[in-house]
Design a protein around this ligand. Structure first.
Ligand code: SF4
Length: 410
C-alpha cells in the first residue's frame, strides 16, 4: 500500500533462495540485543495499483479472516522460540490493506499478540489504512483494540492524479478518512507521493498544502518510482523530468521545515515526539519478527544475526503455516560478518542525523574496524561527515545516498 516498504527494504518481497539455515556458525558476538518489533503483513487490496511492487493481491471475494488468523497464530507460535522473553516495543500492521479487516478480526489479532508476546503496555501499534476502505466506526473500534497510530495511504488530493495512480479512493474520501482517523487516534501519518504522472510543481505544492493543513504529526513523502514487474514498468506513464522532480523535492524540504515537520529520514517528516518508532527501529538496525505472507524478519542472538522471509503467496503461506512444520518459511539465513557493514549502513545512513558509531559494534557484534576502509573512503570523498563518534551522511552524501551506501558493499 504505502511506498514505505520501497523505502524500508526489509519489508520488500525478495526472491526466496536456498541459503544456509540457522546455526551454521557464529558470525558475530553481541553483548546485548537490540529492541524488538513485530511486523504483520495483510496481503489483500481492493485493487492492485499499477505502480505497486509490494506483496499485495487483489481481493476476489471476502478476506478469509478465520483462516488468515489461524495461519498467523501458527506462524507466530512457530517463531516464538526465536524471541523468548523479549519485549516487543512496536507493532506495525501493514500490507496490502489492513483496514479491510473487520474490527473483530483486528481485535482477535491484537489479543493473540498480547497472549503470546511480551508487548510493552505503551508499545506503538500502527495500522495502515486506505481511504477507500475506511468506515467511520471501524477506526474507533481499531483504536479500542489498541491501535494507537494510523498510517493513511493518501498519495494525492488531486482526483486526476489518483485516477492515474489507479487508486480506489478520491480526494473527498481522502479528506474524510483523515478526519475520521484523527478522531480515533492521536497519532496519524499521511503517505503522499510526488513526481506523479503529468504532475506540475504547482500541483505538488497544492497536494502538500492540503496534507499539511491537517496538522498530523507525521508525513511520509515519496518520489514515485517505476518498479520492475509493475504495470507502470510495462506501460510507463509520462512523469516529471529530473529537474522538475528536484524542484518538488526542494519545495517539500522548505515547506515541511517552515510548517514544523522535521525531516529525520529520506522520506519521513515528523513534528517533535512524533517520529515512527517502528521504522526508526528498522533504520537503527533493531530486530523485527515478521509474520504473514512475504513478511521479512531480522533477529539477533548472542552469536549471530539471522534474516527470515515467509512464503509470499497468501494461499500457500496459509496452507503451510498451519501445518506447523516450518514449510511456510521461504528463506532463513545467518548474515555473514562481511554483509553486516553494508546491511547496517544501508539503514543507518537513511537517517538525517545518522547514528552513534558505537551502535555499530553494539548492533552487529563485529568490530567497527571491519568497515574502517569504507568509512575512510567515504570521508575522503566528502560523502560522510568526518566526526568519528557518528556515522552521518554529509550534505553531499545526502544528495548521493546510493553512492554513499555503495561504499560499504563488499
Ligand atoms: S493499495 Fe495499491 S499500493 Fe497499496 S499495497 Fe495495495 S496495491 Fe499496493
Amino acid at each position: 500500500m504505502h511506498p514505505i516498504f520501497s523505502i524500508v527494504p526489509e519489508e520488500k518481497a525478495r526472491k526466496p533462495g536456498v541459503i544456509p539455515r540457522i546455526g551454521v556458525k557464529p558470525t558475530s558476538l553481541l553483548t546485548s540485543l537490540p529492541p524488538l518489533s513485530l511486523y504483520v503483513h495483510v496481503p489483500w487490496c481492493v485493487r492492485k495499483c499499477p505502480y505497486c511492487d509490494f506483496n499485495s493481491h487483489e481481493l476476489k471475494n471476502e478476506i478469509p479472516e478465520r483462516e488468515y488468523l489461524d495461519a498467523l497464530q501458527a506462524d507466530l507460535e512457530q517463531a516464538l522460540p526465536l524471541v523468548w522473553g523479549r519485549q516487543v516495543v512496536s507493532i506495525f500492521i501493514g500490507g496490502g490493506t489492513p483496514s479491510l479487516l473487520s474490527a473483530k478480526a483486528l481485535d482477535d489479532m491484537l489479543a493473540m499478540f498480547r497472549a503470546c508476546l511480551n508487548v510493552l503496555p505503551d508499545a506503538e501499534i500502527t495500522l495502515e489504512a486506505n481511504p477507500g476502505t475506511v468506515e467511520a466506526g471501524r477506526f474507533a473500534d481499531y483504536a479500542a483494540s489498541g491501535v494507537n497510530r494510523i498510517s493513511l495511504g493518501i498519495q494525492s488530493f488531486n482526483d486526476d492524479a489518483l485516477k492515474a495512480l489507479g487508486r480506489v479512493h478520491d480526494a473527498r474520501q481522502a479528506r474524510d478518512a483523515i478526519a475520521i482517523a484523527q478522531r480515533a487516534v492521536k497519532r496519524v501519518n499521511l503517505d503522499l507521493m510526488y513526481a506523479l504522472p503529468q504532475q506540475t510543481v504547482a500541483a505538488c505544492a497544492e497536494d502538500l498544502r492540503q496534507a499539511m493543513s491537517f496538522q498530523t504529526g507525521h508525513l511520509s513523502l515519496y518520489h514515485l518510482t517505476l518498479e520492475p514487474n509493475t504495470v507502470f514498468a510495462k506501460y510507463p506513464p509520462i512523469v516529471p523530468d529530473d529537474d522538475t522532480s528536484a524542484a518538488m523535492q526542494d519545495l517539500i524540504t522548505e515547506a515541511t521545515s517552515a510548517g514544523g515537520w522535521e525531516q529525520y529520514e529520506v522520506s519521513a517528516y515528523a513534528r517533535p515526539g512524533e517520529r515512527c518508532l517502528h521504522n526508526l527501529n528498522y533504520w537503527e538496525f533493531g530486530d523485527y519478527l515478521g509474520i504473514g505472507p512475504g513478511a521479512h524478519g531480522k533477529l539477533s542472538f548472542h552469536d549471530k544475526i539471522i534474516r527470515q522471509a515467509k512464503l509470499k503467496n497468501p494461499s500457500s503461506w496459509m496452507e503451510k503455516s498451519i501445518r506447523r512444520d516450518a514449510s511456510h518459511i521461504a528463506e532463513e539465513r545467518v548474515l555473514a560478518p562481511q554483509e553486516l557493514g553494508f546491511e547496517f549502513m544501508l539503514n543507518a545512513l537513511r537517517l538525517k542525523e545518522g547514528v552513534a558509531a558505537a551502535s555499530f559494534r553494539e548492533h552487529t557484534g563485529v568490530s567497527v574496524l571491519s568497515i574502517g576502509a569504507a568509512v575512510k573512503r567515504a570521508v575522503d570523498k566528502g560523502l560522510l561527515e568526518p566526526d568519528p563518534s557518528r556515522f552521518q551522511a554529509s550534505a553531499l552524501g545526502w544528495r548521493f545516498l546510493n553512492d554513499l551506501q555503495a561504499e560499504f558493499l563488499e
